[in-house]
Ligand binder design. Structure first.
Ligand code: ADP
Ligand code: MG
Ligand code: ZN
Length: 626
């Protein structure tokens, strides 16, 4: 979609003013350097020569000004030499007397009058500069939208949906519920009379909530595209400026512009940049005034406009809904919240279909398989995946994208691009091999809906030195306590293998431990899976699980409970660790043989891996503790 600003950008205006000022300055400078007319091309001589020429009686007349004495000789010293000369006057009280003595005709110039231009400039320019500077600051603090020098213009870009680049709901897939809710919004915009006639209040604000890359921005563009109305797009961070008041002024300006173009949509991306909870930010020194003012202005504007027959609907997107100020979520503001979550299996398939249509796909490519292997991918990841696949195919001089390209693209997106440059030392490689095999064996024996599909000790991306890829065998929405315990044990499998084989641990398990502890904490705090602590949620707002990782603040609990929670988390992790150790000790020979193989081949996958892992056995004491 073409983006255009609907006004002359402020920086161009500033440029104009600067140009004007510079122009004046140059004029002043030039005029002061301009030599006075008629004084040119007269050779200068030393004062002493002038005096001696006067004494010789060779000077006919002299014209004395403050800057110079110009005089004419009776006869030139040589043929062709100039007879008019000039010298610089020095303080000489005797000069008039001396001139008179030698019969020189002399006159003095009246005190020099500055030229008209210089006078005019010196009177006009300084006040002008002063006025301009004054205006500049006045405009800025006034925050009016009427000024030419406006710092406070909203930076919103207007999308005018034109035919070929229009985004519609057909371009968005896998988020059907969100689409359905937004279809309603489109209807409000298209036929608002029908709703207002019956007395219904058209919602003012709709908040799109979901993890990054799930298509929130895309969806809001689609709403504009479907409704065929102007679409103001601005990011929350663009409101936040160094100067207190600028953000608030921008909000005012944005809504003013929008009201002129109503019916229309204002889309505020990354709303959390201005909408952070005011209570939560207490104690941070400085910087909050501005955000708070901006937020207040936004609230005022949203309360202010009466969407009679020309609605202005404010869409906003955030991936941190829990940080938003509660005032934003009140009725009459962002009272509608639409969850835009990561797509499920069929959703991923439809998204892949959309992007696969944009590349040349080899016949027989099975997108279902790709969809199955990309659980947890957001729409943006899938778009990226197809593109990576196309890049790989092109690099290999193929004319169409094959299944293998897409498979490799999955791994790239999962683990980052292959780092050819990073070379592991042989002893490091050995540690990584045992570590990954540890994950694989424990992971294979654990219950739950995923199977170990690949072990690799080829370093990838920034952090991963090796990895064990577990793919889900079925689509899962619920995890049992047993599944989660299995996940923790699998995560600890790597470290346990290192302990058993090398008798010491390395830093390589840091990420595993982080994730294992997170799961254990969530089991106790969010899912109420602890027998000791019971079905209570000790975390506040358990709904943000899809946002990945970030743990919620703990509810206010007594010291004893806090200790009990810590202890329970510890117990869960310890127990999983013991299980992993037990499994690996029991399968020590198998671990050795797989590790040797992987050190040779670097990667084991598919049926090879399956048959190797199938000979693993579950020891008695590592059975799930039901
Ligand atoms: P968000 O705003 O939620 O972070 P975006 O809307 O910016 O995500 O998505 C980035 C890109 O990813 C989009 O431009 C689009 O190409 C692709 N994408 C994301 N989600 C979807 C989806 N549900 N359907 C189709 N494409 C998607
Ligand atoms: Mg976005
Ligand atoms: Zn690991």
């Amino acid at each position: 979609m073409p983006i255009r600003k609907d006004d002359t950008p402020p920086n161009r205006r500033l440029g104009l003013v600067n140009l004007l000022l510079i122009g004046f300055g140059v004029l002043l400078l030039v005029s002061s350097f301009l030599p006075n007319q008629g004084m040119q091309q007269v050779p200068r001589v030393p004062y002493s020569l002038f005096v001696s020429q006067v004494d010789d009686g060779n000077v006919r007349r002299a014209y004395i000004t403050q800057e110079q004495i110009r005089y004419e000789l009776k006869e030139a010293p040589a043929e062709g030499a100039p007879s008019v000369l000039a010298t610089t006057p020095i303080f000489d009280m005797d000069l008039p007397k001396r001139l008179e003595e030698h019969g020189v005709e002399f006159a003095a110039a009246p005190p020099q009058k500055p030229s008209f231009i210089t006078t005019a400039l010196s009177w006009i320019v300084p006040p002008l500069i002063f006025i301009l500077v004054l205006q500049f600051f006045a405009r800025r603090s006034m925050g009016g939208a009427q000024g030419a020098l406006s710092f406070t213009k909203s930076k919103a870009k207007v999308y005018v949906p034109d035919e070929e680049s229009r985004v519609t709901f057909a371009d968005v897939a896998g988020v059907d519920e969100a689409k359905q809710e937004l279809t309603e919004i489109v209807d409000f915009l298209k036929s608002s009379e029908r709703y207002t006639a019956i007395g219904a209040r058209i919602p003012k604000g709709v908040l799109l909530v979901g993890p990054p890359g799930t298509g929130k921005t895309l969806l809001s563009k689609a709403v504009a595209g479907e409704a065929g109305v102007p679409f103001f797009i601005i990011s929350g961070s663009e409101f936040v400026e160094l100067f207190v008041g600028a953000g608030a002024a921008r909000v005012r300006d944005l809504f003013e512009e929008a009201k002129k173009k109503a019916p229309c949509i204002i889309f505020i991306d990354e709303l959390d940049a201005i909408g952070k909870s005011r209570a939560g930010s207490m104690g941070v020194v400085g910087g909050n005034d501005e955000r708070e003012q901006t937020l207040n202005q936004l609230l005022t504007e949203m309360d202010g406009f009466a969407a009679k027959d020309k609605p202005v609907i404010v869409l906003a997107a955030t991936n941190q809904p829990e940080t938003l100020d509660a005032a934003l979520l009140r009725p009459g503001r962002f009272d509608r919240q639409v969850l835009v979550d990561r797509p499920d299996l069929s959703g991923r398939k439809t998204i892949l279909d959309i992007y696969a249509r944009k590349v040349k796909l080899a016949p027989g490519v099975d997108l279902d398989k790709i969809a199955q292997a990309t659980s947890g991918f957001a729409g943006a990841d899938l778009a990226n995946l197809v593109n990576e696949g196309a890049l790989l195919a092109a690099r290999a001089m193929r004319t169409s994208v094959e299944q293998g390209d897409l498979n490799e693209a999955i791994e790239r997106v999962v683990a980052g691009l292959e780092k050819k440059s990073r070379v592991l030392q042989p002893d490091e490689k050995k540690v990584v091999a045992y570590h990954e095999v540890g994950h694989a064996i424990v992971g294979h024996l654990m219950p739950g809906g995923s199977k170990v599909a690949k072990i690799s000790i080829v370093p990838r991306g920034m952090a991963a030195l090796g990895y064990t890829l577990q793919l889900p065998t079925e689509e899962r929405f619920l995890n049992s306590k047993e599944d989660l315990e299995g996940q923790i044990a699998t995560l600890l499998g790597g470290r346990s293998a290192e302990e058993i084989v090398f008798g010491e641990v390395t830093t390589g398990a840091a990420n595993d431990l982080q994730r294992a502890t997170d799961i254990a904490e969530q089991m106790v705090g969010t899912y109420g899976m602890s027998d000791v602590l019971g079905p209570l949620a000790y975390d506040k707002q358990g709904g943000s699980r899809f946002l990945g990782g970030a743990n919620n603040p703990r509810r206010v609990v007594s010291d004893a409970t806090a200790q009990a929670i810590d202890k329970e988390v510890r117990t869960l992790v310890d127990r999983a660790h013991d299980r992993a150790l037990s499994i690996l000790r029991h399968n020590r020979d198998l671990m050795e043989s797989i590790s040797q193989q992987i050190l040779e081949k670097e990667v084991i996958e598919g049926d090879d891996l399956k048959s190797l892992l199938s000979s693993s056995v579950m020891p008695e004491d590592a059975q799930a503790i039901a």
